[in-house]
Design a protein around this ligand. Structure first.
Ligand SMILES: CC(C)(COP(=O)(O)OP(=O)(O)OC[C@H]1O[C@@H](n2cnc3c(N)ncnc32)[C@H](O)[C@@H]1OP(=O)(O)O)[C@@H](O)C(=O)NCCC(=O)NCCS
Length: 160
């Protein structure tokens, strides 16, 4: 798994980044997060990390969101702008977020992913996440609902 981002720098997001993140979010998901949800993640207990263009920290290429508490980390969002996919950016962001989870004393990282999202499931499986359950009808779709696959990774095993 690549631990570099092809030269793209990483930084923590702040409230000034919300509009730029939402531009990527809205072109990436059928049911994107709202500004209120995103703002709610820029506070203690959460971390929003951004990969951006070298030399322009407001030009957002991808972002990932985690929460961590009581020995558990949750991956709440991971998204790469459509023009920058397939370059290893998500793999890089995810390995950074997993390292952050460890530093925040989490033993395990959990996530939910739409069962139709084969590229994300492939990414998570490659990194070491395993399916631990299904939440039926968890996500809305244009036709109705879709199940979530719940995945988990033991962070200590991942680092070894
Ligand atoms: C899923 C997503 C984050 C992947 O981002 P990315 O930067 O293109 O991914 P990477 O280049 O780091 O690829 C890492 C791995 O992901 C998987 N992957 C990425 N794109 C894929 C595709 N189109 N088809 C199949 N697998 C894919 C592969 O396992 C890949 O490893 P490989 O290159 O060795 O084959 C990106 O497609 C995205 O932002 N999608 C929309 C938002 C989303 O669905 N987020 C996940 C929410 S749970």
């Amino acid at each position: 798994m690549p631990k570099h981002s092809n030269g793209f720098p990483l930084r923590l997001a702040n409230l000034d980044d919300v509009d730029s993140i939402l531009r990527v979010e809205r072109t990436s998901y059928t049911h994107p997060w709202t500004a209120a949800i995103l703002k709610d993640c820029i506070k203690p207990g959460y971390e929003v990390w951004i990969v951006h263009q070298p030399g322009d920290s407001s030009e957002i290429i991808g972002y990932g969101v985690i929460s961590a508490a009581a020995g558990e980390a949750h991956l709440l969002n991971l998204c790469v702008s459509s023009g920058f996919r397939g370059l290893g950016v998500a793999a890089y962001l995810l390995s950074h977020l997993m390292s952050r989870g460890m530093l925040l004393n989490a033993d395990t990282m959990f996530l939910e992913v739409r069962e139709s999202n084969k590229s994300a499931i492939s990414l998570y499986s490659k990194v070491g996440f395993n399916e631990i359950g299904i939440r039926r009808g968890y996500y809305p779709t244009h036709q109705g609902v879709e199940s979530a696959i719940v995945m988990a990774c033991e962070l200590k095993l991942w680092i070894e």
